[in-house]
Structures are given as structure tokens and as C-alpha cells.
Write a protein that binds this ligand. Structure first.
Ligand SMILES: [Zn+2]
Length: 129
């Protein structure tokens, strides 16, 4: 089951990119398969009320998920799994790193702030998947 931090507007899940929604569903499936517990979305289109958030999130192409309940091995396996499936067709890379593979999942932050950042690119073309 998917849960939302109080600052997140749950109905935004209906407004985000369907490609991002598929990836969130895969995270949920991974949690169920591995009996990890609830999926906690900590940021979707809006973040903490009044805070400035990234354009990617505001666009409905970014999502943050808490990984507090995952050990390091699961964090790495989940990130690798999502990027293996969707990184090539739906992923992004920094403009200053044109040679690295595109990806949809990154581990961001440290300690309490550590989270799984999911991101899909603009103008996805279904026929290349
Ligand atoms: Zn994020």
C-alpha cells in the first residue's frame, strides 16, 4: 500500500506522468515481494508547504520515496532493478555527463534525508520501449 507524508497531496498521484506512476507501482511490488512494509511517498508534485521544489517534481516527473525501511542491499537492488527496466527508455542524465547511461532511480541525501528519487524524462516515446 502507498502512504503519503502529510505535506504531500495524495490526489497528485492522478496528475503525474503515467510513466512515473508505473515506476512507483514497481517500487510497491518490490516492497510486497520482499515484505518491506509500506511505501512512503515523501514528495510528489509539491513538497513541504511553501518550500521551493524542483521543476521536475512540479512537472509531475519526479517523486521521492522513503527508503528508511530498506537495508543497503535492498536499496541498491531496487535502484538497479528500476534502472535496468526503464533507465534506457524513460531515464535522464545530467547535461554535463553525456556519456553516462540515463536512469530513472537515484539514491539521494544522507542519514534521515536519504531517499529514492525517481525521475522520468519529458516527451517519452512509447514505441522505443
Ligand atoms: Zn526528488
Amino acid at each position: 500500500m502507498i502512504h503519503f507524508k502529510p505535506e504531500v497531496v495524495p490526489s497528485d498521484i492522478c496528475k503525474i506522468s503515467p510513466f512515473l506512476r508505473i515506476i512507483i507501482s514497481e517500487v510497491e511490488a518490490y516492497f510486497i515481494e520482499n515484505q518491506i512494509g509500506r511505501v512512503l511517498i515523501t514528495s510528489l508534485m509539491s513538497d513541504h508547504v511553501g518550500d521551493r521544489i524542483s521543476k521536475t517534481h512540479a512537472d509531475g516527473r519526479g517523486c521521492d520515496i522513503s527508503i528508511k525501511e530498506l537495508d543497503e542491499l535492498h536499496q541498491e537492488r531496487l535502484r538497479f532493478h528500476l534502472n535496468s527496466i526503464h533507465g534506457k527508455a524513460w531515464g535522464t542524465r545530467p547535461t554535463d555527463k553525456p556519456n553516462i547511461p540515463t536512469r530513472v532511480a537515484l539514491i539521494h541525501g544522507e542519514g534521515e534525508n536519504k531517499h529514492l528519487h525517481l525521475q522520468v524524462r519529458k516527451n517519452i516515446n512509447l514505441s522505443i520501449h
